[in-house]
Design a protein around this ligand. Structure first.
Ligand code: MG
Length: 249
C-alpha cells in the first residue's frame, strides 16, 4: 500500500530511505475548519479599504503570513507595499472580524490523528502561518497535550513564511529531526509547496474548495480527501514509510 507514492517521492528527492519520527502539522484548514471564516474576515477588511478581491483567492493565499497577503493585495491594487503601520492595523482589523464570526470547529478526524501519532511515539509540531492567538490558544483545549509550547512555529516566528521552506525547517530543528524523518500534513497549495521544499514527505488533505490536483502539483507526495480518511489510513501509511526501501530488505 502506498508504495508507488513513496517510491516516486524517494526518487524525486534522492532519498534512500525515510525514517518518520516527527509530524509537522498545519493548523487552519487542517486541524480547524477555519478557512471559510478567514476568507470572510479578509473580504470584509479589504472591501473597506477599496481593494477588490474574490473570496476564493484567500483559499489560495492560505499559509502566507498576514503581512505577505496584505502586501500582495496592496501591490495589485495600489502598486506598492503596505507600510509597517498599515500591515499592523489591517491585520488587526482582519483578526477582529475573524473573532466576531461564529467559533470554528476542530476538523473531524484531527483529534484521532494526533492521538494516533502520540501512541506511536511521533513528535508533533504545529506549523502555522497564522499569528492569531484566538485559535492557537484553543489548541490545548481541543487537542490536549498534542503541542507543547516549544513545539509550535507560528507566523510570528519566521520572516519568510510558506511557501518558503523556513517554517518547516524551523519545526524540524525544534523536533531534532532531519527532512527524511519528517512528514508534513497540509491542506493548502502554498503549505504543501513549503513542506516539499523543506524535503519532508508531504501529505495533502483537501478540506476546502482547492482540488486535490492543485495539492499534487504543489508537491504533495499523496493527497487524502479529508482528515478522517487520513486518520484512518495513517497506521498503514506510517508502516509503509518506515519499511523503505523494500529493495534492500
Ligand atoms: Mg492550512
Amino acid at each position: 500500500m502506498y508504495n508507488n507514492e513513496i517510491d516516486s517521492f524517494l526518487e524525486r528527492h534522492n532519498y534512500v530511505a525515510l525514517e518518520p519520527r516527527a509530524a509537522l502539522i498545519d493548523m487552519d484548514g487542517t486541524l480547524y475548519d477555519s478557512m471559510p471564516n478567514h476568507a470572510e474576515a479578509w473580504m470584509k477588511m479589504v472591501s473597506e479599504i477599496g481593494i477588490s478581491a474574490c473570496r476564493e483567492e484567500f483559499f489560495m493565499y492560505e499559509g502566507r503570513t498576514g503581512a505577505s497577503t496584505i502586501n500582495l493585495l496592496f501591490n495589485r491594487e495600489f502598486g506598492r507595499d503596505a507600510t509597517e503601520a498599515e500591515i499592523k492595523e489591517l491585520y488587526h482589523r482582519k483578526t477582529v472580524y475573524f473573532n466576531e464570526l461564529p467559533p470554528v470547529e476542530p476538523m473531524p478526524g484531527a483529534a484521532e490523528l494526533l492521538r494516533f501519532l502520540e501512541q506511536v511515539g511521533m513528535k508533533r509540531v504545529l506549523v502555522t502561518g497564522s499569528g492569531q492567538s484566538s485559535l492557537i490558544s484553543r489548541l490545548e483545549h481541543d487537542f490536549p497535550g498534542a503541542f507543547t509550547e516549544d513545539m509550535m512555529v507560528t507566523g510570528r516566528d519566521v520572516t519568510h513564511g510558506k511557501p518558503a521552506p523556513d517554517p518547516f525547517l524551523m519545526a524540524m530543528k525544534k523536533a531534532g529531526v532531519s527532512p527524511a524523518q519528517s512528514i508534513v500534513i497540509e491542506n493548502a497549495p502554498l503549505g504543501v509547496e513549503a513542506g516539499d521544499a523543506a524535503g519532508a514527505f508531504t501529505i495533502g488533505v483537501t478540506t476546502g474548495p482547492i482540488p486535490g490536483a492543485a495539492l499534487k502539483n504543489a508537491g504533495a507526495a499523496i493527497v487524502f480527501d479529508d482528515m478522517r480518511t487520513l486518520a484512518d489510513q495513517m497506521p498503514f501509511m506510517l508502516y509503509a514509510l518506515s519499511t523503505q526501501p523494500r529493495n534492500l530488505n
